[in-house]
Ligand binder design. Structure first.
Ligand code: PMT
Length: 214
C-alpha cells in the first residue's frame, strides 16, 4: 500500500527573521510513518520543520509553509491508497511578508492575516483523491461534535480526534489519547505513547481501507 502522511507544524513568515507557527513537534505523524513502514507499506512523509529524525525507508519531503505543504500534497496524493493528515497546518498566514526586518514603532502592531489553503479539505474536491482519507482534529471543546463536523465537511473516512487541552497529551508530548470518529460510530483509544498508539492507528486504518475496498 502507498501511504501519504503529513506531519509537524507549518511556518508562516512575517519578515526575514520571524514567523508564525504552533507547538506541533511532528511526533504523532512521524510515529505513524514508522508504524506503516513497519507493517510493510510504502510511506511518503510530507513534514513541516521538526527536530526529529526521518524514519528509515520513508520518502521524505520537507516543507515550510501551508502553501508549500499544499503543493507537495497536490503533487503526491494521486499515487496514494491512503492519506493521513497529522500536520498542524496554520489556518492563517501574513497577508504580506516584509522584505526587511519589521522595526519597532508604535505601542501596538496589527498584523493582517489571510486564510491558507485547506489541504485536507482539498483532497477529495480539488485533488480528486479516491483512496482512504484520514484527518486529525485538534480540539479544546466538544471533541466528538467538532470532529464529526470535520469528517463530513472534508469528506473523510475517519477523523482521529484529540483533546489538546489535556495536560501532557497531544501537542509536543510523547503521549496521546484519541477518539476515532467513523461515519457510523466512535471508538475511544486510551492514553498511551504515540509510538504504541501509531501502531494501533495504522492497523485500524489498514482494516478500514480493506473494508472500503470490498
Ligand atoms: O506533532 P505533535 O506534537 O506530535 O502533536 C500531534 C498533533 C496534536 C499535532 C496531532 O495529533 C493533530 O491533532 N494534528 C492535527 C492538528 C490540527 O491542525 O488539527 P485541526 O483540527 O486544526 O485540522 C483538521 C485537519 O485538517 C487536520 O488533519 C489538519 O492536518 C488538516 N488541515 C488543517 C488546516 C489546513 N489549512 N490544512 C489541513 O490539511
Amino acid at each position: 500500500m502507498h501511504v501519504l502522511i503529513t506531519a509537524g507544524p507549518t511556518r508562516e513568515p512575517l519578515d526575514p527573521v520571524r514567523f508564525l507557527t504552533n507547538r506541533s513537534s511532528g511526533k504523532m505523524g512521524y510515529a505513524m510513518a514508522h508504524a506503516f513502514v513497519h507493517a510493510g507499506h510504502s510511506v511518503l512523509l510530507i513534514s513541516g520543520p521538526t527536530d526529529l529524525e526521518v524514519p528509515e525507508q520513508v520518502d521524505f519531503i520537507p516543507v515550510e509553509t501551508a502553501a508549500d505543504m499544499h503543493a507537495a500534497v497536490a503533487n503526491g496524493i494521486g499515487r496514494m491508497d491512503i492519506a493521513v493528515f497529522a500536520a498542524a497546518v496554520a489556518d492563517y498566514t501574513p497577508a504580506c511578508v516584509a522584505a526587511q526586518k519589521i522595526k519597532k514603532s508604535g505601542a501596538t502592531l496589527t498584523l493582517e492575516l489571510i486564510r491558507t489553503p485547506d489541504i485536507l479539505g482539498a483532497a477529495r474536491e480539488n485533488f480528486g483523491f479516491t483512496g482512504t482519507l484520514v484527518g486529525f482534529a485538534a480540539e479544546t471543546e466538544q471533541l466528538e461534535a467538532n470532529a464529526r463536523d470535520k469528517l463530513l465537511r472534508k469528506q473523510c473516512d475517519l477523523i482521529i480526534a484529540n483533546d489538546v487541552s489535556k495536560p501532557a497529551l497531544g501537542f509536543d508530548s510523547d503521549h496521546n489519547e484519541v477518539l476515532l470518529v467513523y461515519p457510523e460510530y466512535n471508538e475511544a483509544l486510551p492514553a498511551t505513547s504515540k509510538h504504541a498508539l501509531a501502531h494501533r492507528l495504522a492497523a485500524a486504518i489498514l482494516e478500514l481501507h480493506a473494508k472500503l475496498k470490498t
